[in-house]
Design a protein around this ligand. Structure first.
Ligand code: PNW
Length: 472
């Protein structure tokens, strides 16, 4: 043992939660079983041209049938926590009315299986799979969806409140609104500027109403929060024009959610920037107060930063570099802002690897919301992993990515950020939305023909970090 090496180890708090994350549509499959009805992602994936290779979540990782083996695998890897999401249309097929018992039973058994293995369950109520019936009635741009969502939250809260302590309302409402209703690269694939802002507002409102519903049914020690993916926006230069581009995209990507959630109102600059598109009259008296519910923690998802500048003369605005390819800009009122590729190594998503963005993000929110515990609810990388002749997968690039980002968290801890845990995205290779099965984020390899799971070397590495609570 080299003493200089052990001195250099980064030690994490002893109660730091080490977990991995998945989402219902990305892993479950079994889309027509036990009363489940289509969600917007079933419809979208079955629409030609929307998902690479025509992939759908029909089978995915078949987790719905293999969940016990998957829990055994997590236990074998020594994971302390598991973040999963509930499929709304499995629990409440029409998005309204009575719940389906078998749907609730699946998640109850899953939570029990985790607890039996000493793994802390973390439940996300909504990871993008809106029941298709609610989209047919208008989707998130319609106010009623927020009310329906709160009702669903109450149902799940009543059914699982006795066994799940960590709750999240929404995963990344930015993606649901801006990619779902703006650029159209996510379900339901609509491209309507005003709908983006209405959807964002009704997601916020749905969150607030859901927190109230959960508080009324959950035990007192339940922890209720939300997972945001705030942009880490960087101006290409310090020029006032580039800084203005940064301010605009920060308002649309981040503050449209975090300001009403944490501070009780929408930013004035955001309303000015979007005045051409809407007068914001869909925000009713009392809405901002309803959204501004006390939270027990804030979940942050981070993958890569975004570099912007003022429009570059003589070049049409490059659209959506950071968010997939679309003719339609989701940046309502700020369509002219230019997106740039930051220098540096990239993952298989084309996302630049920059752990300093994670430190910046954690420090930003520990300053903005003093006293509010933070969790990193997603972080990870896609690489073009290949099995060798023996079937093993060696992914040193993923280990390097994870090491960099865990030390970025350690940095933030050292600077006073109250970070309580880390959920690696993802436990296993799964349905990567518009990219189908072509992008692999797992620390466990999934063979999509045989559905066999094989831990990659990153899984073994992460198991050691989890067991020791330190980064050697
Ligand atoms: C997040 N973007 O997705 C999701 O929460 C996960 O379900 C997903 O698998 C993971 O990150 C990796 O992509 C995102 O374009 C998808 O800005 C797209 C974007 C951001 C997050």
């Amino acid at each position: 043992n080299d003493p200089t090496e052990s001195n250099a180890a980064l030690v994490f708090p002893s109660d730091f939660l080490w977990g991995s994350a998945t989402a219902s549509y990305q892993i479950e499959g079994a889309v027509r079983e036990d009363g489940r009805t289509p969600s917007i992602w079933d419809t979208f994936a079955r629409t030609p041209g929307k998902v690479l290779g025509g992939d759908t979540g029909d089978v995915a990782c078949d987790h719905y049938h293999r969940w016990q083996d998957d829990l055994d695998l997590m236990a074998e890897l020594g994971l302390g926590a598991y973040r999963f999401s509930v499929s709304w249309s499995r629990v409440q097929p029409t998005g309204r009315g009575p719940a389906v018992q078998r749907g609730l039973d699946f998640y109850r058994a899953l939570a029990d299986g985790l607890l039996e293995r000493g793994i802390t369950p973390s439940l996300t109520l909504y990871h993008w799979d809106l029941p298709q019936e609610l989209e047919d009635a208008g989707g998130w741009p319609v106010r009623d969806t927020a009310e329906r969502y709160a009702e669903y939250a109450r149902i799940v809260g009543e059914a699982l409140g006795d066994r799940v302590r960590l709750w999240a309302t929404l995963n990344e409402p930015f993606c649901s609104s801006f990619l779902g209703y703006g650029s159209g690269v996510h379900a339901p694939g609509r491209t309507e500027p005003e709908s983006v802002l209405k959807a964002a507002h009704h997601l916020n409102l749905g969150h607030g109403l859901a927190v109230q519903a959960l508080r009324s049914v959950l035990p007192r020690d339940a922890q209720v929060g939300i997972s945001l993916n705030p942009g880490v926006i960087r101006a290409r230069t310090d020029s006032p024009e580039d800084k203005d581009a940064e301010r605009r995209i920060d308002a649309l990507h981040t503050r449209i959610f975090s300001d009403p959630l944490l501070h009780g109102g929408y930013p004035e600059d955001l309303k000015r920037d979007t005045a051409r598109v809407t007068d914001w009259s869909f925000v009713r008296d009392g809405d901002e107060a309803a959204i501004h519910q006390p939270l027990d923690y804030l979940g942050l998802n981070y993958y890569t930063p975004t570099v912007v500048s003022a429009p570059v003369e003589g070049r049409p605005a490059a659209r959506n570099h950071a968010h997939g390819v679309s003719e339609h800009s989701p940046w309502v009122g700020s369509e002219q802002v230019e997106f740039h590729l930051a220098p540096g190594d990239r993952t298989d998503m084309g996302w630049v690897i920059d752990p300093t963005g994670l430190t910046d993000l954690l420090l930003r929110f520990s300053r903005e919301a003093p006293g509010l515990p933070l969790y990193v609810t997603e972080n990870g990388a896609a690489f073009d992993d290949k099995q060798d002749d023996s079937g093993a997968v060696h992914d040193p690039n993923r280990i390097a990515y994870l090491r960099g980002h865990l030390s970025a968290i350690h940095d933030a801890l050292g600077q006073g950020a109250d970070v309580r845990g880390y959920f690696l995205w993802s436990l296993m290779d799964n349905f990567e939305w518009a990219y189908g099965y072509s992008k692999r984020f797992g620390i466990v390899h999934t063979d999509f023909e045989t559905l066999k799971r094989t831990p990659k070397s990153s899984a073994r590495w992460y198991a050691e970090v989890t067991a020791s609570g330190r980064l050697a």
